[in-house]
Each structure stands twice: as C-alpha cells, then as structure tokens.
Unconditional design. Structure first.
Length: 504
C-alpha cells in the first residue's frame, strides 16, 4: 500500500478548516432480527453460533419470503431517538435501498430514507478539559444489517488477491439504528478529540438504555467518519471522504487526524479530493481508498411495498421518554463529584470505557478509590495484554469481594493479584480461589514465630542491631519470613513480633 503524503497537523489547520460528520450504526440486542424470526446474533446468547445457523428465508432473500417488523426494535429505536434529543415521527416508513452486495441476498437493503423514525436532535459531549460541545443530529433511522464476507486465499484478508469468498448470513437482518449528524463546524484543532468523544457518548447512551452491548470490536457499534476540509474563509464545504467501520475509540481519533493531514497535503499541492469510502488500517495508522461514494440518488430509494408505515402511539412515546436514563454528561459530572475523583482520575476511568464497571463495583461495597485502582490498574493491564475487554475478565461483584478480602487482612495486595488471576482464569469467586489455592495471609503467631526464629538463626547479628536501636534492620528478617511463607505472612504482625523478641 503506497504511503500518502501528509501535512503537519498544525500547518494543515492554519490553511484549512475541518468539517466533520459521523454515521454511527448501532446493533440492537433484540431476541430476533429486524424483519424475521431468526435469532439475533447481537444477542449475547448467540455470540458463538456457527456460520449460517441463525437464518430464515427472509434473511437470505429467498423468493416468496416476506418481512415482518420487529416491534421491540421499533421501541428501542424510539428510545434512542429520544435520548438523542430528536423529534419522533408520528408516521414513518421503510424504503428499499438498491445496491448489489454479495452479502445482501435480496440485492437491496430495507432501510429508511426521507421519512426516518427520529429527526432533528442534539447531543452534548464533554471533552477532556470539561468543554461541552453540542453535536447536531440530522436523523436516526431503522434498517437491517448485511451479512459478512470472509475472503479466502489472499495475504491480507481483503477481497483484493483473494481466491474466493465465504458468506455468512447470520448477521443479515440484524436490526440497526443509523445515527447521522449534521456537518460539525468549528472543531478546529480538537477535531480528532471531538470525534472520539462523540462516539464514546453514543456508546454510553445505548449502553445506559440497555439496547446494545455497543462493543466496537464485535461490530455492535460501528462508526463511519466523514471528513472534509475547506480553505480558510471559504463557505462552500469541501469534498468529503468516508472512513468506514472504524472499530475503536482510539482509531476514530487517529483516522480523523490522518484524513485532515492527507487531504491538506493534496489540496496544498493543487490536487483534488475524491469523494470515496476509505478503509482504516490499525496496524499502519493509515487510510486507503475503497469505492467511489454514491449519493442518495444512486441508490434508487423507493418505498418498501411489503411493510406498512410505522405509526407509534403518542402514549408510547411519552412512556419511553419518561423511562430515559440520565444523560451521559450529567451522569459523569454527578459521579465525579460523588466519588471525589480528580479530573485526571476520572478521565482514566472514562477513557477506559469502564465507568459502568467502576460504578457497579462501588455499589457492591468497594470504595471509589479501590474500585478505580483495580479497574484502571491490574485488570486493565491484563485486558491489554490479552487483547480483551476489561468487562469480560471479571465482574464488579468479584472485584468488590476481592477488595473486601484485602481490607479484612485476609489478603495482601500481592496475594490479591494472584487471586484475581484465578478469578479471570475461571476458578471461581475470590473466596473460592483463596480456599483452593491456599492463598490467605498467615496471621497465626505460632507459625510466624517459627519462621522468625529460623530467619534470625540465619542472620544472628540482626537481633543485636535492632536491640542497639537500628530498627530498620528488621526489614531483612521480615523479607526472609515473607519469602519463606511465599508472601502469605502478615508483614505488620511479623514486624511486631520481631520487635517484641528484641525487647526481651
């Protein structure tokens, strides 16, 4: 892949103004698909299903099969629209979006076009320094997902160079809500940070609603980042590119920065920007060309003849509005105040995507400080090393139970890390791991005195040093005792017993 020429980011912002836009796709975790009775692979219960096992004739576009709208998906879509500050359409309908994809058995996608379920909203995002930005929402519409292609025989896993492709229709028909922003102006140097904060806020909203796992690495939440730049002082928007399906918050930030630098280099050299989709490459931190980007007219939308319009009852809309959770910005500020975290401490939690886990750990009995310590420390370290989500490793209840064992003196911090290792490995609760591995702190004076006597016998001069007032010499004995007892001795009690022995 040829390397693009890039302009320095600060230099690019001196010449050009960035304009952003985002299309975020949210997979809804309903039990069944959008238009069929097939089990929904976005439901956690179906994550391990084999290829083409969660399908019905509708999903594969077989002749004679007819779609039926999933009522729960409509309710979830309305809730999400309300949480985005949108108006809910009293009457909306589905349309056929015509384009050929090998993983769309019908050769069209059932979506919504000019009559979406939700429109004209606004969502607040908070940047790292506390700055609040209002992001304008154009629409949130319902649609179905396509299947998944696996390209075989090539070296890159992409269609170029592949010998053949396999299609899995499990994902075909999964209910989606696509959230489309209006152009975001005035982002300037903070454009990459705004991109990350916006997608993070959408994730927080859908998780708090309970309508999606919103796991980017699993495709539950997918972001298409639209970026254009225009010369300073020009009112006309520049030609945009759409970087598709970026699968992490960090990648969203990096992709926006990269596109600003790439486009600036092209325009500064007298070139033009091609309106196209682009692919993000996590390994190289680069984007590459995809396909020319079609405008809406090219999709030949027309009303879906097999589905009736969606007409939600006003009472239902008001019921769902009353059930909305606290907005993300307000929730973050409340929790930060309740927990007494500094700005940096709270950002560590928020940026790690573990706000809900820390909150649940505190609710289970841990202090805010200890909950933050475990989730941003040892658990985050293991998650990064194993390439997994921290929330997949251990439950908040187990983290709270582990901390309570430390506070009760049953475990030292070192022993607690070993217990955590056992919990992550599936050996049971913290107490079960302690019992099975025999990891509890030894506080029995008889056992400790025996170990102390053995250590003193090996270092006969230490006792005299302590008696001469050199109390720090006790450290050598404490270390020997801890080593002999494999870290399970109560170090504070060992120190007390050594000083008692020296006083005799």
């Amino acid at each position: 892949m040829a390397k693009d020429k890039l302009m320095d980011f600060d230099a690019a912002l001196e010449l050009f103004e960035p304009v952003l836009g985002f299309e975020v796709h949210v997979e809804l975790n309903t039990k069944t698909k959008m238009f069929s009775s097939a089990p929904n692979p976005a439901d956690p219960a179906n994550h391990t299903a084999g290829p083409n096992t969660l399908v019905r004739p509708v999903d594969m576009g077989l002749p004679g099969s007819l779609p039926v709208v999933n009522e729960q998906a409509v309710r979830y879509s309305i809730s999400l629209g309300l949480a985005l500050g949108c108006s809910i359409a009293p009457w909306s309908r589905f349309a056929r979006k015509n384009y050929f994809y090998p993983d769309l058995g019908k050769n069209y996608q059932i979506s919504q076009y000019d009559e979406p379920i939700a429109f004209e909203g606004e969502v607040q995002i908070e940047l790292s320094d506390g700055t609040i930005i209002d992001v304008p929402i154009e629409r949130a519409h319902m649609e179905e997902d396509a299947g998944k292609l696996t390209h075989m025989g090539g070296s890159t896993g992409r269609i170029q160079g592949a010998e053949y492709s396999l299609v899995d229709y499990n994902r075909a028909g999964v209910p989606l809500v696509e959230i489309v922003t209006k152009p975001i102006l005035g982002a300037e140097h903070r454009a990459p940070e705004i991109a990350k904060a916006y997608v993070s806020t959408i994730r927080d909203i859908v998780r708090s609603l309970g309508i999606s796992e919103a796991r980017m690495e699993r495709g539950n939440l997918r972001c298409d980042a639209n970026v254009s730049i225009r010369p300073r002082g020009q009112e006309k928007l520049g030609t945009r590119t759409e970087t598709k399906n970026v699968n992490s918050m960090r990648s969203v930030e990096r992709a926006v920065r990269y596109e600003i630098q790439r486009q600036a280099a092209i325009l500064a050299a007298g070139g033009t920007i091609t309106q196209e989709t682009r692919h993000w490459h996590e390994d190289t931190g680069m984007t590459s060309p995809g396909r020319p980007k079609s405008d809406a007219d090219d999709y030949r939308y027309f009303p879906e003849p097999d589905l009736l319009p969606v007409v939600p009852a006003p009472a239902l809309i008001e019921q769902l509005r009353a059930e909305l959770p606290e907005p993300p910005v307000a929730r973050r500020r409340r929790l930060k105040g309740e927990w007494g975290f500094t700005d940096l401490e709270f950002q560590d939690v928020a940026n790690g995507g573990i706000l809900a886990e820390v909150e649940a750990t505190i609710a289970a009995g841990a202090s805010p400080a200890s909950a933050r310590k475990w989730w941003t420390g040892e658990i985050a370290r293991v998650a990064n090393a194993e390439g997994r989500e921290a929330s997949d490793l251990v439950s908040p209840a187990d983290v709270a139970a582990l901390q309570l064992l430390v506070e009760a003196g049953t475990l030292t911090d070192k022993l607690a890390r070993q217990v955590l290792e056992g919990v992550i490995a599936g050996e049971g609760t913290p107490q079960q791991v302690v019992d099975a591995r025999g990891l509890a702190v030894v506080s029995d004076d008889g056992a400790l005195i025996a170990a102390i006597d053995e250590a003193l016998a090996a270092q006969p001069d230490v006792l005299a040093k302590i008696q001469d007032g050199k109390v720090q010499a006790a450290g050598a004995v404490i270390g020997a005792v801890m080593k002999a007892m494999k870290g399970q001795a109560d170090a504070a009690r060992v120190r007390e017993l050594i000083l008692e022995r020296a006083a005799q």
